[in-house]
Design a protein around this ligand. Sequence first.
Ligand code: FAD
Length: 382
Amino acid sequence: MSRVDYDAVVVGGGAIGAAAALALSQAGQRVALIELNEPRAWSREVPDLRVFALAADSIELLRSLGAWDRIATSRATAYRRMQVWDISAPDFIEFDADKFGRRELGYIVENALIQDALWEQVRASNIRVLLGNRVVSLDGEMVQLEDGTLLRTSHVIAADGAQSSIRSMMGVEVSGKDYSQKGLVAYIDHTASNQATCWQRFVPSGPIAFLPVGDKRSSIVWTLPTEECDRLLAVDDEAFLRELSNAFDGPVGTLTAVSKRAAFPLRHQIASTFLSGNVMFIGDAAHVVHPLAGQGVNLGFRDVIALRDLYASRRVSPASLAKWARVRKSESTVAAQSFTALNSLFSNEDVLPVLIRGKGLGLVNRIPGASLWFWKKAAGLS
Ligand SMILES: Cc1cc2nc3c(=O)[nH]c(=O)nc-3n(C[C@H](O)[C@H](O)[C@H](O)COP(=O)(O)OP(=O)(O)OC[C@H]3O[C@@H](n4cnc5c(N)ncnc54)[C@H](O)[C@@H]3O)c2cc1C
């Protein structure tokens, strides 16, 4: 009889935790998944305001987990181009699927749909699911839940989000900073086609992204200083559309309607280690990055891809896990710092940043190698 009941206990069944549980189960591991809340079903009529620009490698992962067909046939909008420009410069960065001989760069998908599609697969698998429960103590192989259940496991995978209680239990610190900004999200209808393009304009208050979710419908993430964001949440729809139209000034025609609006505080946060004892940290429990490059969830899926490959290789050992943690922390730190640097460079009206960024975007676009490297990373193609 084996000493442990599970090879891995995953805590948190958001997109990243559910994907990790499935990936490890597919790799032949015995897995339990603990989630505090009953995952809510996706609704076609009430779109989730939080949408993700899924990169190619994230889509490939979702496909391998059996979740992609459900997503693709429910609601996923392909984007073929990304275009980024700055208020102070005529130049822009452009990235086109044609450059890679691809039909699309990725897809825009609602968070609730990804989670629902993954949970459909979780329920059909032999993963043990413990809903409405939380971990109250961790002691080596022993995991104790609030209702008294005891689980014996080789590893714990913490995917319990940015405020991870497992991270606190393990005494793992985080570093980073609060941006004093919020991301305002909403759906916008407009008169011209968005041309299957993710548009992002940098203005001094922060970047504004328009992500295609229909030909004449986009999902926006508008980064704003906290107070300004709260003001814009409170104004009526007409005033909101007017202010958004002035700030974005993009090629989607007249903005005609806005959905309900919501906002999320933005911060950059990295756990001091992604492995503590037998506990691994993935997704937002390990790293929270600025949404300006749409990389948050993609970084989390990359944690899962690397873990899946490690378990599939059957070379799981303290040394290989430590290497996994080092590599993932390094990639996440580079990403978080780049987005912080870009955010401070562009959310700024001082003369020097304005000069630098004016040249910057054009420069990146003119040096084919640099442009390619930047976008290949963002699009999960390297
Ligand atoms: C405004 C905004 C826009 C964004 N836009 C993008 C984008 O365009 N592209 C992108 O890639 N990313 C984006 N992100 C980031 C993205 O939302 C996160 O990276 C992603 O949701 C993280 O997923 P996760 O599964 O790690 O965590 P979460 O989604 O937070 O899931 C954590 C899960 O753990 C559960 N849980 C918590 N505590 C416990 C516990 N004690 N026990 C059991 N379960 C627990 C929760 O109920 C939840 O289900 C954006 C973020 C913001 C704020």
